[in-house]
Structure formats: structure tokens, C-alpha cells
Write a protein that binds this ligand. Structure first.
Ligand SMILES: N=C(N)NCCCC(=O)O
Ligand SMILES: [Zn+2]
Ligand SMILES: [Zn+2]
Length: 314
């Protein structure tokens, strides 16, 4: 492998100008090949409340301009040990959800190539379903680590099966999920019924609720998460609304009482050494953001994810 091409040097080219790729990394077309590909899915036709996550990918990219190459928390240089590239956005039909899901699945399959890690910026949470289908093709039933205020294991909205509140139910029904090793983290807020929690368990998910963060040491929670995931291939799906609205106001279905950015970043660092095969970051809706708070939180979340991705051959 040639030395990876890293971000544009901010001590030479001011970080507020120029091309807007994630962390000012090269575009996929500008590198020979990549170990990890980051791309955007500007789709929000699946939302049940505030819209706007279709603008998420470019907002997160814009908010990622201040990221620097060295991660002191992990003593790591995520862009020096692997080639990371930004593949831009997929052209996805905003008027037809099933067609959009098919397009996302086909593009994810193509971009993952013969073993690249795929990091997806949404978009609303509907997009996790086609992403999981592609992971399942490669790895079989997959351990899903799902950070979210919401279960997203609901059945239908207005009779519609493919929405941002239903991807993990569909994934479970399709046999994509490893029932013994999947988990929600950060659940909170009112539900439709007590049965929602039983159903989610039946569909294969253990849970760490947001309120547990107030009373349980972080290391204990990280141990619980690592024990649940084991050595399985893990797909990490992060809905930015897992953060408290104070840390991430720019999202479509905010719920009070969420994680702090510091807690979430620490938990992600705690995934180091696990077999993480891909991830998504969804539900950033910039029209409800202020001072790029949500975009910056999302950019840092992806930076930590890129740091803990296992190094693999292409
Ligand atoms: N933000 C996501 N993904 N899901 C929220 C669904 C909440 C609801 O309308 O019941
Ligand atoms: Zn959510
Ligand atoms: Zn969600």
C-alpha cells in the first residue's frame, strides 16, 4: 500500500476554504484505492416528524473542517494508517421509498467493493435497512450496535413498512440481525406502549437505556456492550438523536434526557479492538441546528468511528 493521502494541511491551506469533503480528505476518485469509504445518502422521505435530514451529509462535511490528524484520546492517527476517501453522495429518489432503498443497497454494495469499510452519512434512519442487507451478504447475521433515543423496531406508520421508525424490525424479519449479539444504547422517551420494549427484545435487541448513564459507571456500561457484541462482526448505527438535544438540537425527533457528546465519544472509544465492519450516522437535520453544534458532534462521532475501525486488507 502507498502512504495514504490524508486531509489537506490546515497550516498551509486555510480550513475554511476549498472543497468540502469529510475532514478535508481526498475524494474516492483521487486515490488509487481506499480502505474506508465515507459517502452521503441525502434521503429523508422516511421521517415521521421534522424533515431535513436530506441535508445531513453536506452539513456534517462542512462541520468536519476543524478535525485534526492526531487523536490523543486513542494515541492514533486514523487517516495515516488507512486510506480514507469521500465518495460523495448517491442520487436517490425522494418520491419513491422502495426505489430509494434499492438504489442505496446497490450503491452500498458497489462502494464496499471487495472489503472496504463503508461509513455512511444520512439521511434518515430508513437507510439502515439497505445498508444492513449489504453487510449481511458479506458477514451473515450481523451484531447491530444501535445508538438511538428510539427503538426503531416499530411495525408501520400510516400502514407504511419502510420508514425511519421501522428499519430494525424489517432487518430482524429479513434475518439480517444476529439475535444473540445486538443492542440498543441510549433509549429514552415515551413509547406507544410497554409492549414496544418486549417486541424489541423479541426482535433480537438487548438495551442500555439513557437513564442508566446517570447511575452506572461508564466502564461498566462499556463492558456490558462489549460482552454483548463479543467477537462477532459488528455494524454500528448511530442516530444523532441519541445525544441530548442540548448537544444535538439539529435533528427531527428530539427527546430530552439524552447522552452528552462526551459520554457517546467515550463509549465509541470503548469499541476499540472489536470487529467493527461498518457504520452509519443518521438524522442530522441542519435547519434545526445552531452554530453547527449537531454537525460538529456528528463529525467527532465519525472521527472516533474511523479511529476504532479495524485495519484490514483491501
Ligand atoms: N429518529 C428515528 N429514527 N425514529 C424516530 C421515530 C419516532 C416516532 O415517530 O415514533
Ligand atoms: Zn432516533
Ligand atoms: Zn433512529
Amino acid at each position: 500500500m502507498n502512504d495514504p493521502i490524508g486531509p489537506v494541511d490546515a497550516t498551509r491551506v486555510p480550513r475554511y476554504g476549498g472543497d468540502t469533503t469529510f475532514a478535508r480528505l481526498p475524494r474516492l476518485a483521487d486515490v488509487a484505492d481506499a480502505d474506508a469509504v465515507l459517502w452521503g445518502v441525502p434521503f429523508d422521505t422516511g421521517v415521521s416528524y421534522r424533515p431535513g435530514a436530506r441535508f445531513g451529509p453536506n452539513h456534517v462535511r462542512q462541520s468536519s473542517r476543524l478535525l485534526r490528524p492526531y487523536n490523543p484520546a486513542m494515541d492514533a492517527e486514523p487517516f495515516a494508517v488507512r486510506q480514507v476517501a469521500d465518495a460523495g453522495d448517491v442520487g436517490v429518489n425522494p418520491f419513491d421509498i422502495t426505489e430509494a432503498i434499492d438504489t442505496i443497497e446497490a450503491s452500498a454494495r458497489e462502494l464496499s467493493g471487495t472489503g472496504r469499510s463503508l461509513i455512511t452519512i444520512g439521511g434518515d434512519h430508513t437507510i439502515a435497512l439497505p445498508l444492513l442487507r449489504v453487510q449481511h451478504e458479506r458477514h451473515g447475521p450481523i451484531a447491530v450496535l444501535h445508538f438511538d433515543a428510539h427503538l426503531d423496531t416499530w411495525d408501520t406508520y400510516f400502514g407504511a413498512p419502510y420508514t425511519h421508525g421501522t428499519p430494525f424490525r424489517r432487518a430482524s424479519e429479513e434475518g439480517l440481525i444476529d439475535f444473540q449479539h445486538s443492542m440498543h444504547v441510549g433509549l429514552r422517551g415515551p413509547l406507544y406502549s410497554k409492549l414496544d420494549l418486549d417486541e424489541s427484545e423479541r426482535l433480537g435487541f438487548a438495551a442500555v437505556h439513557s437513564r442508566e448513564f446517570a447511575r452506572t459507571p461508564l466502564d461498566t456500561l462499556i463492558d456490558r456492550i462489549r460482552t454483548r457484541l463479543g467477537s462477532r462482526p459488528v455494524y454500528v448505527s448511530i442516530d444523532i438523536d441519541v445525544l441530548d438535544p442540548a448537544f444535538a438540537p439539529g435533528t427531527g425527533t428530539p427527546e430530552a434526557g439524552g447522552l452528552s457528546s462526551r459520554e457517546l465519544l467515550e463509549v465509541l472509544r470503548g469499541l476499540d479492538g472489536l470487529n467493527v465492519v461498518g457504520c452509519d450516522l443518521v438524522e442530522v437535520s441542519p435547519a434545526y441546528d445552531h452554530a453547527e453544534l449537531t454537525g460538529i458532534a456528528a463529525a467527532h462521532v465519525l472521527y472516533e468511528m474511523l479511529t476504532v475501525l479495524p485495519l484490514g486488507g483491501r
